[in-house]
Design a protein around this ligand. Structure first.
Ligand code: F6P
Length: 595
C-alpha cells in the first residue's frame, strides 16, 4: 500500500552554505568523448617499459643516496595537504615519463571535459559533475540547459534550514518531542560517505544528537540501531539515489513500521495520527521524486540531487544531510570549501605539481609495471577509522573494470584492491606482511601535526616530563614509512649481536613504497580535501586505462539473481535450473529453517 502523508511546513533558509569565494569556472563546452587512448601501444608506454627495466632493481637506499634532495623536492602542496612522494620507487625521469603519458592520454582535456559537464559517463550518457556540488553560489555552470549552481544551492539552503530546525529543536517529532536521534538508511554511496565523515568529524558534531547508520539488509542492522531509541524523538533519513535499492527500501519499510507501532504503543497515538507522524519522522534524499512519494514521504521533505552525481561521488550532495545535522551547516560549508580547494588544485595546477595527477600516475606505475595488486591506506587518526572502507567503494567500484570506453578489453591490469586500518592498530595486525612479505603494497600514510585532543601521559616510565601522546603516536607515522623504505640489512642486524640463524628472519628488506600526507589538523575542510584528492586520483587512473570510472554494471547481476533466488528460500519455488552447488546450499538452508 502506498500512502501520501501530510508534509511538514518547509523551513526557510537563513544563511548561505558552502564556498563563498569568487568563481573561476572554465568555459562550458561539453566535448565528445575522445577516441580511446592506445595506452599499451603508445610510445610513452614503451618508454616507461624500457625505463622500468632500468630502475626496477634500484633500492630506495640508493635512490636517496644518488639524489639527496629528493626528500625536500619530491613534495607537493595541495591546498592544506603536504604530499611527500619521495619514498617511491622512482627517479625524476620516471616522473617525467609518467607525465608524458598523462599528456599523451589527453588527461588535460578529460579534466576540462569533466569540470565542464561533458557526458563523459558514456555508458549512461551522463555528465560527471560532483565537482559542481561544491561550487560557490556566485559560480556559473549551465549543463544540458540546467543552471547547476542554482539548483545545488537551492538544495543546500533547504538542507541548512532543515538542519538548523532540527538542531535547535524547532523541528519536533509528531508528539512535540525534540529529535534526539537521526538514523540514516542507505547503502553504498548513500551510506559510506556519511558514515566515514560522521566518524571523522565527531569532535565537531553536536553530541546530544545521536547519529546512526543502517545499511545492511541483515535484519540485525536495523534491530541493533533502533533497539534503544525512542520513536517519538527519532528522525529517519532514507537516502537512495534511485530510491529502488532493495536493502534501503526494505529497511525504510521496517523503520516505518517500527515508528508507527512505537508511537501507537509508546506514545498512545491513534491509528491515523501514528501513520501521519511519518511526515515528521521521515525525510528522503533522492533523485527520484516519484518513488519517494510512492513510499509515503512528502516530497516537501525530500532533498534532491541529480543523475550527474554518481552514488560513490555523492556524499557532499544531499546524501550528506545526516552529516550536516551532526556538524551544522557552517562546518558543512567549510567541508565543501575544502573539496573545492582540492578541485581547484586539480583543475589548475600544472601536472608536475598536481597531487592527484602525480599520485594517480604512481598508482598506475605500481599496478602495471610492478604488478601491485593492492594499495594500503593507513590514516594516523582514529577518527579516520572508516576512511579506507569509504575509499573501497570510491576506487574499486570506479576502476574495477575490464573493458575500455569503446567496449574493447583493457590492455593492462586495472583497479587495485584498496584496504587499510588506522595506525597504530594496523601495525599490530598486518604491517608484518607489508614489511617482510613477498608482495609490493604501496601505502598511503595520512597524518596530522596537531592532535584533536591534547593528552599527556604524566606517568610514562622513565619520563622526566609528561609525554605528549600525540608526539608518541606520530613518531610511529614517521617511523613506519622510513622503515618500509629503508629497512635494515643483514649486516646491521648481525652487528647487533643477533645469532646468525636468526639474522635472515630479522632482515627488513625495505624498498617498500609509500606516500606521506600531512595536514595541520583534521578539520571539516581537510576532510573535504582528502576526499576530493582520492576522487581525482581515481579519475586520473581511469583516464590512463581508458575506462569509464563512473558506471558500475558489475553489481547488477548479483542483485538480479538474489531477486530470482528469494522465492526459492521460502520454498515457494523449486531450485531446479540452478547450478548443483547453489541448489545443494539452498536445500541445506531450507532444511535448517525447517521448510
Ligand atoms: O550497488 C551499487 C550501487 O548502485 C552503488 O553504486 C550505489 O552507491 C548503491 O548501489 C546505492 O544506490 P542508491 O543510492 O540508488 O540506493
Amino acid at each position: 500500500m502506498h500512502r501520501r502523508v501530510r508534509g511538514a511546513t518547509p523551513v526557510a533558509p537563513d544563511r548561505p552554505i558552502g564556498p563563498t569565494e569568487p568563481a573561476r569556472r572554465p568555459a562550458v563546452n561539453p566535448s565528445p568523448v575522445p577516441a580511446v587512448f592506445d595506452t599499451a601501444g603508445s610510445p610513452q608506454w614503451s618508454a616507461l617499459q624500457q625505463h622500468f627495466a632500468e630502475v626496477e632493481g634500484l633500492h630506495l637506499r640508493e635512490l636517496f643516496a644518488q639524489d639527496p634532495d629528493r626528500g625536500s623536492e619530491l613534495v607537493v602542496q595541495a591546498a592544506d595537504l603536504t604530499v611527500d612522494y619521495a619514498k617511491h620507487r622512482i627517479t625524476r625521469q620516471t616522473v617525467s615519463l609518467l607525465l608524458d603519458l598523462a599528456e599523451a592520454a589527453g588527461l588535460r582535456e578529460r579534466i576540462d571535459a569533466m569540470f565542464a559537464g561533458a557526458h563523459i559517463n558514456v555508458t549512461e550518457d551522463r555528465a560527471v559533475l560532483h565537482t559542481a556540488l561544491r561550487l560557490p553560489r556566485t559560480a556559473e555552470l549551465t549543463v544540458d540547459g540546467q543552471d547547476v549552481v542554482a539548483e545545488v544551492h537551492e538544495v543546500l539552503d533547504r538542507m541548512g534550514a532543515f538542519a538548523d530546525a532540527v538542531r535547535t529543536g524547532r523541528w519536533t517529532g509528531a508528539t512535540g518531542k525534540r529529535i534526539r536521534a537521526v538514523v540514516n538508511i542507505g547503502i553504498g554511496g548513500s551510506d559510506l560517505g556519511p558514515v566515514m565523515a560522521h566518524e571523522a568529524l565527531k569532535q565537531y558534531a553536536m553530541r546530544e544528537l545521536e547519529c546512526r547508520f543502517v545499511s545492511n539488509i541483515d535484519p540485525t542492522d536495523i534491530f541493533e540501531k533502533t533497539r534503544d531509541l525512542d520513536p517519538a524523538s527519532t528522525l529517519f533519513i532514507v537516502a537512495s539515489k534511485t530510491f529502488s535499492t532493495l536493502e534501503t527500501l526494505t529497511n525504510a519499510r521496517l523503520a516505518r513500521t517500527w515508528l508507527t507501532e512505537g508511537l501507537r504503543t509508546g506514545a498512545g497515538l491513534d491509528d491515523p495520527a501514528a501513520a501521519d507522524a511519518v511526515a515528521k519522522h521521515f525525510v528522503a534524499v533522492s533523485t527520484n521524486a516519484d518513488l519517494v512519494s510512492e513510499f509515503g514521504i512528502d516530497t516537501d521533505n525530500m532533498f534532491g540531487f541529480w543523475d550527474w552525481v554518481g552514488g560513490r561521488y555523492s556524499f557532499d550532495s544531499a546524501v550528506g544531510l545526516s552529516l550536516m545535522l551532526a556538524i551544522g551547516p557552517d562546518q558543512y560549508g567549510e567541508m565543501l570549501a575544502g573539496f573545492r580547494a582540492m578541485d581547484e588544485h586539480f583543475r589548475t595546477e600544472p601536472f608536475a605539481g598536481n597531487a592527484p595527477v602525480l599520485l594517480g600516475l604512481l598508482n598506475v606505475w605500481y599496478v602495471d609495471f610492478f604488478g601491485a595488486q593492492s594499495h594500503a591506506v593507513l590514516p594516523y587518526s582514529q577518527y579516520l577509522l572508516r576512511f579506507p572502507a569509504y575509499l573501497q567503494q570510491l576506487t574499486m567500484e570506479s576502476n574495477g573494470k575490464s573493458v575500455r570506453l569503446d567496449g574493447s578489453p583493457v590492455q593492462v591490469p586495472t583497479g587495485e584492491v584498496f584496504w587499510g586500518e588506522p595506525g597504530t592498530n594496523g601495525q599490530h595486525a598486518f604491517y608484518q606482511l607489508i614489511h617482510q612479505g613477498t608482495r609490493i603494497i604501496p601505502a598511503d600514510f595520512i597524518g596530522f601535526i596537531e592532535p584533536n585532543h591534547e593528552l599527556t601521559d604524566a606517568d610514562a616510565p622513565g619520563a622526566t616530563t609528561p609525554v605528549d601522546v600525540h608526539d608518541l603516536f606520530m613518531s610511529n607515522y614517521f617511523a613506519q614509512s622510513a622503515a618500509l623504505a629503508f629497512g635494515k640489512t643483514a649486516d646491521e642486524i648481525a652487528a647487533e649481536g643477533v645469532a646468525a640463524a636468526v639474522v635472515p628472519h630479522k632482515v627488513m628488506p625495505g624498498n617498500r613504497p609509500s606516500t606521506s600526507m600531512l595536514a595541520q589538523r583534521l578539520t571539516p575542510s581537510v576532510l573535504g580535501q582528502l576526499v576530493a584528492l582520492y576522487e581525482h586520483i581515481t579519475f586520473v587512473q581511469g583516464v590512463i586505462w581508458g575506462i569509464n570510472s563512473f558506471d558500475q554494471w558489475g553489481v547488477e547481476l548479483g542483485k538480479a539473481m538474489a531477486k530470482q533466488l528469494a522465492p526459492m528460500l521460502t520454498g515457494e519455488e523449486s531450485t531446479s535450473g540452478q547450478d548443483s552447488s547453489t541448489a545443494t546450499l539452498v536445500s541445506r538452508y531450507l532444511q535448517g529453517r525447517g521448510r
